[in-house]
Design a protein around this ligand. Structure first.
Ligand code: ZN
Length: 274
């Protein structure tokens, strides 16, 4: 991931100040724990890495950044799956209380928004039950995608066996995406996320048409890396390609865009007076 780094807790304040200075208003945190186990217990530890990070951000910048915390187990499980296992498959229902527990811990640390990304059925309802007032950004439409590759390497979270197709969506099934989105809103989601972004522009548009809640789109690591790699070879103009892709995502209906270009793009938009 060119130009992207894992940050330690003590490096967060400087990065946060850089972001605020160019006009980025929110961050989405993912954790890389010191050790992983079969259940992913580090996900809900009071002194977990993201919990520490949130407290440090609050101390450094107060309310100047909206802090969104990813809620999943895959960065914390030794096997790299998003839930706990029974034999060799993910146990959806046994995973729900662990996701709820993680969300409570992250909210207690000071997260403004929790963002469950495990794609377990019922995950939004399970979190809503224990966190009645915390905004939930639900990853409602998350494809199994080849574009997640670079992130998994960076977060050391590639599944040790099998893949995530049993709980992530089939990219060929667009109607399932809309029903997942509506189900998540029904369960109590305040905002919904479509991921990846450019390969799923139609789903962003469909989500926008189907609901009035804010729509977020995640321009994932592989989308970012593909533009960077082509630009490094001189095949694409980095800035123009990045801005065109972000414009397309916004035009499709995303009011919130998660992107590794955020810091740069905010600077470009300033220069362009946009
Ligand atoms: Zn996950």
């Amino acid at each position: 991931m060119p130009g992207q780094h894992r940050l330690s807790v003590d490096e967060l304040p400087a990065e946060a100040h850089r972001l605020i200075q160019v006009g980025v208003k929110s961050v989405l945190l993912f954790g890389l724990p010191e050790s992983k186990d079969a259940e992913g217990t580090a996900a809900w530890a009071d002194d977990g890495i993201v919990q520490q990070g949130i407290r440090e951000l609050r101390r450094a910048v107060g309310d100047q950044l909206v802090v969104i915390a990813d809620v999943c187990l895959c960065e914390y499980t030794s096997h790299g799956h998003c839930g706990i296992l029974r034999d060799t498959s993910v146990d959806n229902d046994a995973t729900l209380p662990l996701l709820a527990r993680s969300a409570v811990s992250l909210a207690a640390a000071g997260a403004d928004i929790v963002a469950p990304s495990a794609m377990m059925d019922g995950q939004v309802a399970a979190i809503r039950e224990v966190l009645p007032d915390t905004p939930i950004l639900a990853y409602a439409a998350k494809h199994a995608s080849a574009f997640y590759g670079p992130f998994r390497e960076a977060a050391d979270s590639a599944p040790a066996f099998g893949d995530r197709r049993s709980y992530q969506m089939d990219p060929a099934n667009g109607r399932e995406a809309v029903s997942e989105i509506l189900a998540d809103i029904e369960e109590g989601a305040d905002m919904i996320m479509v991921k990846p972004a450019l390969p799923a522009l139609d789903l962003i548009e469909a989500a926008r048409a189907a609901t009035a809640v804010p729509i977020a789109a995640y321009q994932v690591s592989g989308e970012f890396a593909a533009i960077c790699a082509a630009a490094e070879r001189g095949w694409l103009d980095r800035r123009a390609a990045a801005l065109e892709s972000l414009t397309a995502i916004a035009r499709a209906g995303a009011g919130i865009i998660v992107t590794y270009f955020a810091l740069e793009a905010a600077g470009w938009l300033r220069e362009m007076d946009r």
